[in-house]
Design a protein around this ligand. Structure first.
Ligand code: SD4
Length: 343
């Protein structure tokens, strides 16, 4: 709890409305690149995730290893939105989605994975040890068990347990935007604990290593109380994660169906390819969702987070409340994303 309160204070002290660019130069492959190595991740819980990734990046490690280490950090914690402590589906079962992508466009993903603690590592094994990209459900679990992972029961966090019990009273699937849970917002992966301290949502993280190589990963229990078998954007390459080592990388959090519909992170990277800054690229992707159905967009949240090859980063969300964490040699802080609507 103290940790959460400290983070909230930290958030208040350090939130910046616009990402900062750091001018100090690093050298990668003989080219001067500002701001690397760097890791950025969704939500305030990204601070701990970044710290785990930084141990690898700061010792000249590979971005892909940093991504896996960062995602495993949060999968190790009991919380309501990622890993075996995550929000269950409609039937009370925790099913996990994850994906990972490296600088050579190698990628791997798992969806609807049950009782395996580290979906990000299973996704990496899919990428490295199979000719496939995505394994789902029982097949993903079977693959995990054959590759040295062991089965463990889901262990709902107290928040997830309480939210599920509450939800069962009406059993209506109505995703809510991620604003304060104690202001009457319902079961959708709340961004705040009932005491008001910030929690996080799906973890998406992007890193660039000292060599200037990019990688990314996403891990989540997905939308709370989804239909059993539903898969969101977080397992989808081009939806919840996309990396193009020539251009940049992007990840997303929020209502996965809206992200999938526009191939959200692929779109963000393509906008960066056209020369837009990461923040502007995220904004244009958000606008694509909003313009499709502005009334509906008022009721849901999607946030995009992106980084380009210069180590510049930015985010944009439909709603107020999306935050992201940044770690470089010179900064270690939480930023508030810009947004279209403030609910
Ligand atoms: C999903 N995008 O399953 C995930 C959920 C999420 O913030 O990010 N919540 O659709």
């Amino acid at each position: 709890m103290a940790n959460r309160i400290d983070r909230r204070k930290f958030l208040q002290l350090s939130v910046l409305s616009t990402p900062l660019l750091v001018s100090k130069k690093s050298i990668a492959n003989g080219i001067h690149l500002p701001n690397i190595p760097i890791v950025i991740s969704t939500w305030d819980s990204g601070m701990e995730v970044n710290a785990a990734a930084w141990k690898i990046l700061s010792t000249n490690g590979r971005a892909l290893d940093a991504i896996e280490a960062g995602a495993r950090q949060i999968e190790n914690t009991i919380n309501c939105c990622v890993g075996l402590g995550g929000n269950p589906d409609r039937d009370g079962i925790v099913t996990l989605d994850a994906c990972i992508m490296d600088e050579q466009s190698n990628c791997g993903a798992v969806a609807g994975l049950e009782q395996i603690k580290h979906p990000i590592s299973v996704a990496r094994k899919v990428m490295e040890n199979t000719p496939h990209v995505l394994l789902v459900g029982n097949g993903a679990q079977q693959f995990a068990l054959e590759n040295g992972f062991s089965k463990e029961p889901a262990q709902l966090s107290e928040t997830a347990e309480n939210a599920y019990r509450e939800w069962l009273k009406k059993s209506e699937y109505k995703p809510q935007i991620n604003v304060e849970k104690n202001k009457g917002n319902g079961p959708f992966a709340p961004n705040f604990f009932p005491d008001g301290s910030p929690n996080h949502d799906t973890m998406g993280l992007l890193a660039m290593d000292q060599k200037g190589n990019l990688s990314g990963g996403v891990t989540t229990s997905g939308m709370a109380f989804k239909l059993h078998g539903r898969v969101g954007d977080s397992a989808g390459i081009g939806a919840g994660l996309f990396v193009d080592n020539e251009v940049g990388a992007a990840t997303s959090s929020g209502v996965g169906e809206e992200v999938i519909r526009i191939c959200g992170t692929h779109l963000v990277v393509e906008f960066m390819r056209q020369g837009l800054s990461p923040e502007k690229a995220c904004k244009k992707a958000v606008e694509r969702i909003v313009n499709r159905d502005p009334e509906k967009a008022k009721t849901l949240q999607v946030g995009f987070l992106a980084m380009n090859k210069k180590g510049e980063y930015g985010a944009y969300a439909i709603q107020k409340g999306f935050v992201f964490s940044v770690k470089t040699k010179e900064e270690n802080q939480i930023h508030e994303s810009k947004f279209i609507f403030s609910a």
